[in-house]
Design a protein around this ligand. Structure first.
Ligand code: PEP
Ligand code: MN
Length: 354
């Protein structure tokens, strides 16, 4: 894929690129109020969802085409570029007609090759930047495939948005970051700008700042952050939206690393290691929680905590698997002995609770 040198970064020469605005355009007044506050603090790209893909029927599904007029007003009255999500050929046509500057494809759409192709067909030969969110499921090939469909339709000002991956189990994040996936995307397509969406990864206001910093540490090109003048009253994603004032504070405190990381850069590689460590700790935490649940089960069924036979079998299997992955088998045994020791300690602790 040969991306045009006239990429998103050149189009909006701001580092990092910040895209901000509400999850959804709710009313004309809400849209304009938020846009004006953001324009005043120098934000150059305004986002607002016009058509909202909702998990269940009956929720607020976006205002629809009427809100495109509000975005046009934002454009003329603030001078900001305006961006919205498209999921069908009809959405694309309406946005092009309304003069929307930048489009993004949502995570549910990028997971569906038929929908992606329909959007790509509607964009055939158009000169508009398009950002593709990662599919809801952690499938890098599907993400790249969606980008390729647009590229084949003649769209060369492409970018990706990392918004995390859905998982059945809710942990601290609404969508698991799985940083290694956008990192691998960068390795495969080094010219493709990648923007992080801490709002949909975190699902919670408190997590926006740390996730945004982590993205900067990993050399992401920008951030897309849901911003609302009264977040708690938002019609969608109320927990994760932040005020323009808080967005300003976050941006002022961001530590921006060297503008460019080559994939061989030492700092870049170290930050990848940090991201792996972070995921390892999360996974260990999850494992310990399951251990505690097992502890309670054993207590209820009068079983002993230590089931030596099962543990010996597991250790052999893991040592073998570790060997196949290029690691020393003794190293794997040592690690898992330590993990097992902590698991037993946690099981005993959960059993001794009243
Ligand atoms: C959004 O950006 O408001 C949105 C719906 O995002 P996602 O596709 O990441 O869920
Ligand atoms: Mn949202």
């Amino acid at each position: 894929m040969k991306l045009s040198p006239f990429s998103i970064q050149n189009y909006i020469p701001q580092t990092p690129i910040i895209i901000a605005g509400p999850c959804s355009a709710e009313t004309e007044e809400q849209t304009l109020t938020i846009a004006q506050a953001l324009a005043q603090q120098g934000i150059r790209i305004f986002r607002a969802g016009v058509w909202k893909p909702r998990t269940k029927p009956g929720g607020f599904e976006g205002i629809g085409s009427e809100a495109l007029h509000w975005l046009k007003r934002v454009k003329t009255e603030t001078g900001m570029f305006v961006a919205t999500e498209v999921a069908t050929g009809k959405h694309v046509e309406e946005c092009l007609k309304a003069g929307i500057d930048l489009l993004w494809i949502g995570a549910r759409t990028s997971a569906n090759p038929f929908a992606m192709q329909e959007v790509a067909d509607a964009l055939q030969g158009m000169d508009i930047p398009v950002l593709v969110k990662n599919p809801v499921n952690p499938d890098l090939e599907l993400w790249i495939g969606g980008l390729e469909r647009l590229y084949n339709a003649g769209i060369t000002r492409l970018g990706a948005i990392h918004r995390g991956f859905s998982s059945y189990e809710k942990k601290i994040y609404r969508n698991q970051p799985q940083w290694h996936i956008p990192i691998e995307l960068h390795r495969r397509l080094p010219d493709l700008p990648i923007i992080c969406d801490p709002s949909h990864i975190g699902g919670n206001r408190e997590l926006i700042a740390p996730i945004a910093q982590q993205a900067m540490d990993l050399g992401f090109d920008g951030l897309i952050i849901e911003t609302h003048h009264t977040p708690e009253n938002a019609w969608s994603d109320a927990f994760q939206q932040i005020t323009p004032a808080y967005l300003k504070e976050i941006c002022e405190h961001l530590i921006i690393r060297d503008a460019y990381f080559s994939t061989e850069d030492l700092g870049y590689l170290r930050r990848q290691i940090d991201a792996c460590d972070h995921e390892l700790i999360e996974l260990l935490g999850k494992r310990m929680r399951i251990s505690r649940e097992i502890g309670l089960y054993k207590k209820e069924h009068n079983m002993t905590v230590l089931q030596t036979k099962r543990y010996g079998e597991i250790l052999n299997k893991l040592a073998h698997q570790g060997g196949e992955c290029g690691m020393n088998e003794d190293f794997i045994r040592n690690i898992f002995e330590a993990i097992h020791e902590e698991s037993v300690r946690q099981q005993l602790q959960s059993i001794s609770l009243p």
